[in-house]
Ligand binder design. Structure first.
Ligand code: NAP
Length: 632
């Protein structure tokens, strides 16, 4: 649902705190708002401010554009009257934000009463009224027959316990579970979600221990709450979603897909699995693939394109995948030089072996025991042997994906490395300075955008004007084009306190510059060292004299990251990247240079190492498929 002029909303607790901020932000989008609150004085004031601001922005819109209704949300008949009045005045209801909430008046540990004026009141206002309002909102939306969005304002204390006010915590936990359980309304276009902020400067947080708030990273900026609520309203895929907002971790959906899988009795099949196949897949008798014939860091010298037969019968738990797009990676040359199987000696015993790390394609055949993947399902594969027209892999290693597009290949090794490394090794938070090297490349483009989405200041290095322009388009705050500026001098002058997180992939001299630019407590994530991969005699390890002294003096961390060791996180992070991409929040650039068929892989690898590529380099394994796709 796009927030746009002419929609209408009810906001409970709209006279102060989060409710007031959300009412005013909705007004800026041209949404008519009914402010429902117990406090008449504040409510009327907010409504008249709203009216004034709204008319300035939208002078031609009809009046009234807002209304205040005094109402005790714990009183059912008051609420019924408030919803009826809203519908009479605005003719329908598109959005309902349930923000009214209180802290428990008498601390539970000291409460000797029967609870009527203390914890029972909290339960009535924070939980029962939210259920009541949600039900009234759903009924109004069903009557209107249009899509609707309900956002319940929960709390981080509804996700994990808040011993300072156990009853508050219990009510918010109830709001979280209630909202998450309402997914079935999505089929009617009505989406109920819950927003769970940590500490926000409102009347409720007045009584909270200030030290605790400091430990949690301080109060959350109200803009973050507004962004979160608007995301839940505007993103039509969100229903029963719980968006957790903290200063320490930014915005994240809770629980993660991994946690959800633990409790689902009948795991929901990924959407793609349930689709009838829309693609035709034919299996030829033989196919082409790239193999590593001898170990060499020169990809062209190491590899050969050969014709192979598909092995029948297919192993019972395997699938055959017709590869459409394979991803090219800087580390392909490390693979051909034998670094991936425990060094040269161990690798040479495996020769010849199949090359290529990642691809998207279509399931072409399945083994006897594979009954949950249909032929024709678009899948992503992250197994060795992707530089081929077909590959046979264990079914458990394929990820069903919505479309077999090159952008999805980019999300695999490149996107996953950025997403997982920044989280697991970089411990990236919000409000930090994040430096990304080789930022316009396959993985760099993801790192800069994820750092921006987490509300950081992003500094990025690249070589060339075309790349610098692309990075500016992605929202990078300071692009350093090393062909025109001295990276070391810029960092020293413009970031004298240093940078907090570095996503480093160039190595050599660039590693030194980044290390010297690291702030106190800074974390440098080493994901690669492309400048060292293809020396005359291959990759020679460097020694870094004084590294320990440097990081000791500033309590810094230099953390290594190798994607292969994080396979357990692939699905969650892939889902996250795809959701951001489909919501238009993440751009994925595939390099416009086209490479077709296994015979072009060596050209593509050399192109990546030329330093000229922009975004993700891919090889299309079946040019005729792009025509078939265009017709769909
Ligand atoms: P990429 O960034 O798309 O392409 C390489 C870019 O690196 C070039 O456009 C160029 O950018 C820079 N570059 C190339 N050759 C260079 C050289 N000799 N000296 C200095 N810079 C050079 O490649 P990618 O596949 O996404 O990989 C980027 C890095 O991430 C590599 O170090 C790779 O090994 C690493 N990686 C690591 C993991 C992991 O699990 N640890 C996973 C994926 C990738 P500019 O000139 O604009 O800087």
């Amino acid at each position: 649902m796009k927030l746009q002029p002419g929609l209408s909303a009810i906001v409970t607790g709209g006279a102060s705190g989060i409710g007031e901020a959300l009412s005013s932000a909705l007004g800026k989008k041209g949404v008519f708002v009914t402010i429902v609150d117990l406090c008449e004085e504040k409510g009327k004031k907010v409504a008249s401010m709203f009216e004034k601001d709204f008319k300035e922005l939208y002078p031609n819109m009809k009046s009234p554009c807002s209304m205040f209704i005094k109402c005790d949300v714990s009183n059912h008949s008051d609420l019924v009257a408030a919803f009826r009045r809203h519908l009479d005045v605005f003719g329908g209801l598109d959005i309902c934000i349930n923000s009214a909430g209180i802290g428990t008046p008498v601390l539970f540990y000291k409460d000797k009463t029967d609870g009527t004026c203390s914890w029972r009141r909290t339960v009535h206002v924070n939980l029962m009224a939210v259920i009541d309002c949600t039900q009234l909102a759903i009924q109004a939306m069903q009557t209107g027959g249009k899509p609707g969005a309900v956002v319940n304002i929960g709390s981080a204390s509804g996700i994990y316990p808040f011993p300072a006010d156990p009853v508050y915590s219990a009510t918010k936990g109830g709001v979280v579970m209630f909202s998450r359980a309402l997914v079935p309304y999505k089929s009617e276009g009505i989406r109920v979600n819950v927003l769970c902020p940590e500490f926000v400067r409102t009347d409720i947080s007045e009584k909270v221990d200030k030290k605790l708030i400091e430990l949690a990273g301080g109060f959350l900026p109200m803009e973050m709450i507004i962004d979160g609520a608007f995301e839940l309203i505007e993103d039509d895929s969100k229903a029963g979603a719980c968006l957790w907002v903290t200063n320490r971790r930014g915005m994240e959906y809770w629980p993660s897909e991994t946690e959800k899988r633990k409790y689902r009795i009948n795991p929901l099949k990924p959407k793609a699995l349930m689709h009838q196949s829309q693609y035709n897949v034919e299996i030829p008798n033989s196919f082409l693939k790239v193999i590593v014939r001898n170990l060499d860091h020169n990809f062209r010298k190491a590899t050969e394109v050969v014709r192979a037969q598909l092995n029948y019968p297919i192993k019972s738990d395997h699938v055959v995948v017709k590869i459409l797009y394979a991803g090219v990676n800087a580390s392909d040359v490390n693979f051909t030089s034998g670094r991936y199987f425990g060094g040269k000696e161990a690798s040479s015993t495996r020769l010849p072996f199949d090359a290529g790390f990642e691809a998207v394609g279509l399931v072409a055949a399945t083994g006897d025991m594979v009954n949950d993947i249909k032929i024709g399902t678009p899948v992503a594969v992250m197994c060795f042997g992707a530089y081929a027209e077909f590959t046979t892999v264990p079914a458990k290693h394929v990820f069903p994906v919505p479309k077999p597009d090159p952008e999805i290949v980019a999300m695999l090794t490149s996107g996953l490395t950025a997403s997982i490394a920044l989280e697991q090794a970089g411990h990236m938070q919000s409000g930090q300075v994040v430096l990304v090297t080789a930022a316009a490349g396959g993985t760099g483009q993801f790192a800069v955008q994820l750092a921006k989405l987490a509300r950081n200041k992003v500094v990025a290095t690249c070589g060339g004007k075309r790349k610098a322009a692309f990075l500016k388009e992605l929202g990078v705050d300071r692009v350093i084009d090393y062909k025109f500026e001295d990276v070391k001098a810029v960092l020293k002058k413009e970031f004298p306190k240093g940078v907090d997180v570095v996503y480093e992939s160039v190595g050599g001299h660039m590693f030194d510059i980044c290390l010297n630019a690291l702030a106190i407590y800074g974390r440098m994530v080493v994901i690669g060292m492309i400048s060292q991969y293809q020396g005359e005699h291959g990759w020679k390890p460097l020694s870094y004299t004084g590294l320990c002294e440097k990081i000791l003096a500033k309590s810094q961390t230099v953390a290594g990251f190798f994607l292969i060791q994080y396979g357990h996180l692939y699905r969650d992070h892939l889902d996250k990247l795809y959701n951001l991409f489909s919501a238009g929040k993440l751009k994925v650039l595939v390099d416009p240079n086209q490479f077709f068929g296994p015979g072009s892989v060596a050209d593509a690898v050399e192109y990546l190492h030329s330093g000229e590529s922009l975004g993700k380099v891919v090889v299309c394994m079946d040019p005729s498929f792009s025509k078939q796709r265009a017709k769909l």
